[in-house]
Every structure is written in structure tokens, then in C-alpha cells.
Ligand binder design. Structure first.
Ligand code: ATP
Length: 436
């Protein structure tokens, strides 16, 4: 029987990560004769959830298993507890790991909890009710929310190659050869993305925390990611590697936009006021909404600085509580739909040609130079705008945000078992002592 397993919340601030646990679990399955029939899926959920550790990721794994759903759930939970007790020490740090198991043929029944979990807040009660209704076996705590959601995922995918560190290197700095990263980027862009920051001149593929991830490369082609494992050079040995299918880079969080806290807002509005704050953040008011475009968003912030009253824009961003503004949208993308190209100015003086000031509504104007009072109309003047129509996006992608240039085509026709074998061959050739 084919079963789908969901796992979540297996990390802690001092180590571990849900993808690492999933990789170890897949190795365990394969070496114990349990067939893994598809790529593991790295499913990112609502990026605005405050209690996530990093990127709010859950993982789903599909296997062929001879026993019952309950037996499989017990087996996975036993492995989870080993990991969170001995490797990530997640329980000690109050993480709330969870797992779920469901027959593959019933996984469609969890699509709606996936939609809610990627775009809104899901309560543990709702997750438990959904599990009961669908017959999913669950074990553990809050992690069952992400676990059920990952099982229900359907949609466009990208891929990520993740490599892992050896335990004795976990306290050292990650050292990845930058030249090999830029070389790889030139070789494979846009089939892989978010590898290198050419403005700050630094590699983007390594995380900074204490988790066991050495580096991750994202892309739309498995072949290019396999090449990455060979081309990107590191100063430390790689203990393991896995390629995940993922909803990263697909705009999945925009599946159901909204304006409540922690949802993602998407909507058209006309700029009423735009203010550049000290430090460079821009606050834009439109249609009774306040939007903040942080300085760190780079190009997006520069574009926002040029917006003026009357401009029509489509805004995408996280809805967050704010002590100053009540509710604020943290912009991640702005599409400039139309620019207000004109401004109304006071007429020039008909006597001396000097500038004028208004004497109040319907009361005419007075020349600032010669004092002559006259009746007249405001004049429509074209204003130069250093901004074009189109989409502006934050320089650093949030995991789910689709890069502007990325083309999401059909999924590559390549079997997971073949890719798993190839990963092992490459790892063994890099480190001949490693057991394949
Ligand atoms: P890691 O990548 O190491 O797993 P993380 O950033 O993904 O870390 P988690 O440790 O997975 O963070 O914690 C996120 C927690 O939030 C999980 O328990 C998950 O079940 C839960 N969660 C995810 N999405 C939602 C949601 N939309 N509503 C409520 N809870 C959610």
C-alpha cells in the first residue's frame, strides 16, 4: 500500500532541521527495504507565522509499506523521538514535533488544510478535526499542522538540493568556495536561482544557524542541481545530500490572499500619501491601508521612494500588527499599474510672468513677484517620473516568492530512485571512504 507521511517541527535553536530528519528517515526506509516512490517534498507554509523557526517548512515522503497506517505512524514517530531527543534536542527547547500518515489515494482530502496553512493561520483543534475526518494517523504536537498540510499539497513545483554537514563540523563556520558558486551560477542561471548576491558580493546558498544544512541550491531542473553537487566546492566534507521537490518560488502563499493579520495581502490601490522615513523605510498610505517598504528590500524600496499621490499600484505583502499604525502591510512586491504623470500648478502672472499663490478657493491668485491679483485656472503640467510601469520585488526572495524571471514549466520526467542513486554515486566519488 502507498502511504504519504508528513513531518514537521523537528528542529531546535541549537540544531537539527526537519529536512535533515527526513533525509535520515529516507535512508532508513531504503536500507530497510521500504520503497520511497517519489521525491520528498519540502513544503513551505505561511511565511508570516510568528512561531516558525526559520522558513516554516514541513516535509512529505511517499512510501510503499506492507503494514498498516498505524504501524507506519508508530515507526516514524519512534524515529522522530530519537531525533528530537538526541540530535536536535527539540523537546528540551519546547519545539512541538508532529507527524501524520495517510493512504496516498486519500491525500486529496487534505488539500484544503494545505491551502489554509500556506495562506492563513490554522489552529491545532482544526488540524485534529481534519485528521479525524480524513482518517490520518497523527502523533505528536503542533507539528501535525504542517505535517497534514504537506500531505495535502498540490501545485507547481521547483526543486532544492540540500547538502548536510558532518556532526564534528557543526560548531565551525561554513566554508563554501565563492568562486565555485559564481561559476555555477553563470553556468546554470536561470535554471537555478538565488545563488549569489552580486550587489553585496556574497554567496546566498549557506544558512547561518546551527542547523546541519551545509548549503542549499534552488532551481527548476534536477539535472542542473546534480551538477551543483559536483561543481560547488566546500572546505568541509558533505555527510549527505537530498533533492526535494518544493512549492518554493511558486507564489503559493498568494493562493488565497486576505487582509487579516498574518495573511498575505494582494490588492490594487491608489497612492494617497508617500513618506520616506529617516533610515530609508518608505510608508505608503492608500485606500485606508498602510504599507511599509523596508530599506533592506533594495530595488523595491528605491521604486517605492519614487511613488507619488495618484499612482495606481498592486501591492503584495504580509499583514502584520503594528503599534504605530495598527495594521501594516510589509511589502514584498509592487506592480506599478499607472503613473500620475501630471500635476496641477498655480498659473504664472499675466503681467510679469512671475510665480503666483492662491488666495483661496474661487478667490483667484496673487503674483509673488509684483503683487498683481488676477483670476485664473490651475495649469496641468507634465512631471518627469524616474519610474516605469511593471513589477518591482524585494532583493532577497522570501522562500515562497516567485522570482520575476523564473519560468515554471512542466515537472521534469525523472524518477526519484534514479536521482537518489546518482546523489550517492557523486558523494562516494567526492569522499571514497563514504559508504554508498
Ligand atoms: P524548520 O525549517 O527547521 O522545520 P521552521 O521554520 O519550518 O523550522 P517549524 O519548526 O516547522 O519552523 O515550526 C513551525 C510550526 O508552525 C510547526 O509546528 C507547524 O506545524 C506550525 N505551522 C505551520 N504553518 C502554520 C499555520 N499556517 N498555522 C498555524 N501553525 C502553523
Amino acid at each position: 500500500m502507498k502511504y504519504v507521511i508528513g513531518v514537521d517541527d523537528h528542529d531546535s535553536p541549537i540544531g537539527g532541521c526537519t529536512t535533515h530528519f527526513s533525509t535520515l528517515l529516507i535512508n532508513y526506509f531504503i536500507s530497510n527495504g521500504i520503497r520511497v516512490v517519489d521525491f520528498p517534498y519540502l513544503i513551505r507554509l505561511n511565511p508570516n507565522i510568528p512561531w516558525k523557526t526559520r522558513g516554516n517548512a514541513a516535509v512529505r515522503i511517499t512510501v510503499e509499506f506492507d503494514g498498516t497506517k498505524r504501524e507506519l505512524a508508530d515507526l516514524v514517530w519512534e524515529k522522530s523521538l530519537e531525533y528530537v531527543n538526541w540530535f536536535s534536542r527539540g523537546l528540551e527547547f519546547k519545539r512541538k514535533p508532529g507527524i501524520a500518515v495517510l493512504e496516498e489515494e486519500r491525500s486529496d482530502e487534505l488539500y484544503s488544510i494545505y491551502v489554509k496553512a500556506v495562506s492563513d493561520v490554522v489552529t491545532l483543534d482544526l488540524a485534529k478535526r481534519v485528521a479525524e475526518r480524513s482518517g490520518a494517523e497523527v502523533r505528536g504536537y503542533r507539528g501535525i499542522i504542517g505535517s497534514l498540510a504537506s500531505i495535502g499539497f498540490k501545485g507547481k513545483v521547483t526543486y532544492e538540493l540540500i547538502t548536510y554537514r558532518q556532526e564534528d563540523y557543526l560548531d565551525k563556520d561554513r566554508e563554501v568556495d565563492e568562486k565555485s558558486v559564481t561559476y555555477f551560477d553563470e553556468l546554470t542561471f536561470p535554471k537555478t536561482f538565488a545563488n549569489y548576491d552580486y550587489v553585496k558580493r556574497k554567496s546566498l546558498i549557506t544558512p547561518h544557524g546551527k542547523d546541519p544544512v551545509l548549503y542549499g541550491i534552488r532551481g527548476t531542473s534536477v539535472t542542473h542541481l546534480l551538477l551543483g553537487l559536483e561543481v560547488v566546492k566546500t572546505k568541509e566534507p558533505i555527510s549527505d545530500a537530498m533533492i526535494f521537490k518544493s512549492n518554493q518560488g511558486t507564489d503559493a502563499h498568494l493562493i488565497r490572499p486576505g487582509d487579516k493579520f498574518y495573511q498575505t495581502f494582494r490588492g490594487l490601490c491608489t497612492v494617497e500619501k508617500s513618506e520616506v522615513r529617516r533610515g530609508g523605510d518608505v510608508v505608503i498610505s492608500c485606500n485606508e491601508l498602510h504599507m511599509i517598504v523596508y530599506k533592506e528590500t533594495g530595488e523595491l524600496n528605491l521604486a517605492a521612494q519614487l511613488l507619488k499621490q495618484g499612482d495606481q499600484v498592486e501591492i503584495v505583502g504580509a499583514v502584520k500588527p503594528s503599534t504605530e499604525l495598527g495594521k501594516v502591510i510589509e511589502a514584498e512586491r509592487i506592480r506599478v499599474v499607472s503613473l500620475n504623470a501630471y500635476e496641477y500648478r498655480n498659473p504664472r502672472c499675466p503681467k510679469c510672468g512671475g510665480p503666483s499663490e492662491s488666495l483661496g478657493k474661487g478667490k483667484g491668485f496673487r503674483c509673488k513677484k509684483c503683487g498683481y491679483k488676477f483670476q485664473g485656472e490651475k495649469v496641468k503640467v507634465e512631471i518627469p517620473r524616474g519610474l516605469s510601469l511593471g513589477t518591482y520585488q524585494a532583493r532577497y526572495y522570501r522562500h515562497l516568492t516567485k522570482p520575476i524571471f523564473l519560468e515554471l514549466g512542466e515537472e521534469e520526467k525523472i524518477e526519484f530512485e534514479e536521482v537518489y542513486k546518482r546523489l550517492r554515486e557523486i558523494l562516494s566519488s567526492m569522499n571514497p571512504k563514504r559508504r554508498p
